[in-house]
Design a protein around this ligand. Structure first.
Ligand code: ADP
Length: 502
């Protein structure tokens, strides 16, 4: 024995302060149990203080700590203790969860050895505690943040031919906890085709050429879901030979999908801008020759009106009607294409707008029986002229598409939503077939001939554009013969942000 070690042993025997010092500085708890009277157990002060208790108030009984141990861990401890007592020379070692006095879970590593009599019979047990709570907290936090980030880890031990996946990696693959991965089945999770070929090449280059990789590929999980993952791999070499690959594995599906959505959205937006421009140019340029036709018809009438036979007059009237209809359509298209020109958002009182719309509609509804109800409408940040057109179109459609044999009823409802307002215009008119509910918002889409109901099929297309300008959506619910409800939303939160950034 080293002389210092021998000196130390002597000191320990002779000077009680040395033991006190050790007991209070190097351990989070010390205990000594009488195995012949197993409830008798001495626990030092530090044992209880680590768990939040005042040692003065705690009895030296095993039942005192057994009450605050997790029942599962207690059962395991009893089992392990039996094994330890049956195996002389072994060390009892277990991480046990205690309920700390303030309620949190304390993770305590408990190690112990049995003290035996001259016949080898265990009569006492000496144990030490080490508090691992802070360490476990850090580990748990790390694990939780990895779960949130869906970031897993993996290792391929090429020497032992063993592949290890951590919990998150298994979670991303949607395999059970007892799944045994190997290099081949790991690669087979990658989507057949370019993803699988790419990972094979990258793994090959990592093993043979020492190249690290960082790539985004598609994976098919055990339940058949296709997802995007980011896979990073590092080769480790010993004596010029690759012995291990380690890496991270992250589920980036949500990010990839939102990027794809953004791309589709910007393509659609560009297409719709293109379409608007086309509509503007076409309608603008079409109007000019049309005005020439209308002008020359006028000249023919004035200069040659008395020289042409009656039949030519009638033909000219038909041309006149057709050109006027075309003029209305072209003007409508022109208005539609001008709708999205950026204007200033204003505080807009929808209640006031509604009153104006109803006043304007008076001449149309005169002589009709109309039962009209509405809630108090909100004041929103919006484009007043456009919002007036919106309400005007919806209400005049409710009037136009009424049932002739029943008094007309129109209700306007308003509700708040998480992002603004939802307004609804409900009528008891002729209704719309389910299959047409989506189409009616398209340009020039009409469900009836000119002979039944007049119109140009632009009203609802305009409504849709106006609602979208206000960051909202428009849709209809209807039952043929029962009436229709047109709902639209206005996103006031976004409008508010737009205003603030101006
Ligand atoms: P228009 O009224 O000029 O035909 P709209 O774009 O306003 O064009 O409407 C498109 C079509 O939707 C109409 O032709 C009509 O068939 C149907 N529609 C619109 N509003 C109603 C309603 N309130 N009730 C029944 N059908 C409607």
């Amino acid at each position: 024995m080293n002389y210092l070690e021998a000196e130390f042993h002597d000191l320990l025997r002779e000077d009680a302060r040395i033991f006190d010092f050790l007991e209070n500085t190097s351990l989070d708890g010390l205990w000594f149990r009488d195995l012949e009277h197993p409830d008798q157990q001495w626990m030092n002060g530090r044992f209880w203080r680590t768990l939040g208790y005042d040692p003065e108030t705690m009895p030296h009984l095993a039942s005192a700590w057994q009450e605050i141990v997790s029942p599962k861990d207690l059962a395991l401890a009893r089992q392990k203790m039996k094994e330890h007592l049956a195996t002389p020379g072994s060390v009892y070692d277990q991480i046990v969860r205690y309920r700390h006095k303030d309620g949190h879970t304390a993770f305590i590593r408990c190690k112990g050895i049995a003290i035996r009599d001259e016949h080898g019979k265990p009569i006492r047990m000496l144990g030490t505690h080490t508090d691992l709570t802070a360490e476990m907290k850090k580990k748990n936090l790390l694990r939780r943040s990895q779960e949130v980030a869906r970031l897993g880890g993996w290792t391929v031990d090429l020497k032992a031919g063993v592949v290890y996946w951590d919990t998150v990696t298994r979670m991303i693959h949607e395999v059970p906890d007892n799944f045994v991965p190997d290099l081949q089945n790991g690669i087979n999770f990658y989507k057949e085709g370019s993803s699988r070929e790419t990972i094979k090449k990258l793994v090959g280059a990592a093993i043979h050429e020492g190249k690290e990789y960082d790539t985004e590929l598609q994976l098919v999980t055990a339940t058949g879901r296709e997802i995007w993952v980011r896979s990073i791999g590092y080769p480790e070499f010993e004596d010029g030979e690759c012995v291990r690959l380690t890496g991270t594995f992250q589920d980036i599906d949500a990010r990839r999908r939102s990027e794809e959505r953004m791309l589709t959205y910007s393509i659609l937006e560009a297409k719709s801008k293109e379409m608007e421009q086309f509509a503007y140019i076409a309608s603008h340029d079409l109007r000019e020759p049309l005005l020439t036709i209308i002008g020359y018809l006028e000249v023919i009438r004035e200069d040659y009106g008395d020289k042409v036979p009656q039949e030519v007059h009638e033909l000219m009237n038909t041309v006149d009607e057709a050109t006027n209809r075309m003029d209305v359509l072209i003007k409508g298209l022109l208005d539609y294409s001008r709708l999205s020109q950026i204007k200033q958002l204003q505080e807009t009182d929808l209640g006031e707008i509604l009153q104006n719309v109803l006043l304007d509609l008076n001449s149309v509804t005169k002589g009709l029986k109309v039962h009209f109800t509405y809630h108090e409408l909100p004041v929103v940040m919006g484009y007043p002229l456009e919002l007036k057109v919106l309400l005007q179109n919806l209400i005049s459609n409710a009037v136009k598409y009424r049932q002739v044999d029943r008094p007309l009823r129109i209700d306007i409802l308003s509700n708040t939503t998480s992002s603004g307002w939802k307004l609804s215009v409900r009528d008891n008119g002729i209704g719309i077939a389910k299959k047409d509910l989506q189409n009616i918002f398209q340009l020039f889409r009409r469900l009836h001939g000119q002979g039944t109901f007049s119109g140009n099929g632009l009203g609802l297309a305009n409504c849709k554009k106006i609602v979208e300008l206000h960051g909202g959506q428009i849709w209809a619910e209807s039952e043929l013969g029962e009436g229709s409800v047109f709902h639209f939303t206005i996103n006031t939160r976004d409008q508010q942000e737009k205003k603030q950034t101006k």
